[in-house]
Design a protein around this ligand. Structure first.
Ligand SMILES: O=P(O)(O)OC[C@H]1O[C@H](OP(=O)(O)OP(=O)(O)O)[C@H](O)[C@@H]1O
Ligand SMILES: Nc1ncnc2[nH]cnc12
Length: 171
């Protein structure tokens, strides 16, 4: 797993006591980035998803190339106040704060198999909120895929037990 050498760890960001796992240097190195996308694609493909959902912002950067590789739709889940059309909203907390996530009501997800992707699974608050939005849109969440899982924060236990939860690297 060569890509892991480009994972940057920054202490006390964005708050004292948080060890921030910065994935952007991985994206800046094409071999590493292709290795990550290959790994995620291999794990997601057997789930036969119809669409990917991803939370803003780092999730978007991973979801877009994966949706293109898999030739499926992409439904972005945004931070508050960004979407122009009628929305659904969920409040959530994450490792370093709380916020809302929003999705357009008209997202073409009813009856679809959805995989949720993001860079880091920490407490799981972000993707659990994304999953609630998927359910409210009558989609079935069949999987969650991450580059990195911070196991000590227990996010996995907050996610639907019927869905696959997969991470390329567990720390
Ligand atoms: O498992 P959790 O405790 O919910 O934390 C994980 C989330 O935190 C980060 O997002 P952040 O809100 O910092 O957004 P960004 O991608 O816009 O930087 C990360 O990209 C995940 O979405
Ligand atoms: N420690 C961490 N590093 C990067 N992103 C995060 N999101 C939540 N916790 C995080």
């Amino acid at each position: 797993m060569e890509w892991t050498k480009w994972l940057r760890e920054i202490p006390d960001f964005p708050q004292p006591g948080i060890l921030f796992r910065d994935v952007l240097p991985i994206m800046a190195h094409n071999d590493a980035w292709q290795e990550v996308l290959d790994g995620l694609e291999q794990r997601i493909k057997p789930l036969a998803p119809d669409a990917i959902m991803a939370p803003e912002a780092r999730g978007f950067l991973i979801a877009a190339p994966l949706a293109d590789r898999l030739k499926i739709g992409l439904v972005p889940v945004r931070k508050p106040g960004k979407l122009p059309a009628p929305i659904l909203s969920e409040t959530y907390s994450l490792e370093y704060g709380e916020n809302q996530l929003e999705v357009e009501r008209d997202s073409n997800l009813a009856g679809k198999r959805v995989v949720i992707v993001d860079d880091v699974l920490a407490t799981g608050g972000t993707v659990a909120a994304t999953s609630r939005l998927a359910s409210r849109l009558s989609a079935t969440v069949v999987g969650f895929a991450f580059l990195i899982e911070l196991a000590s924060l227990g996010g996995r236990s907050r996610l639907d037990a019927n869905a696959l939860v997969t991470s390329l690297l567990t720390l």
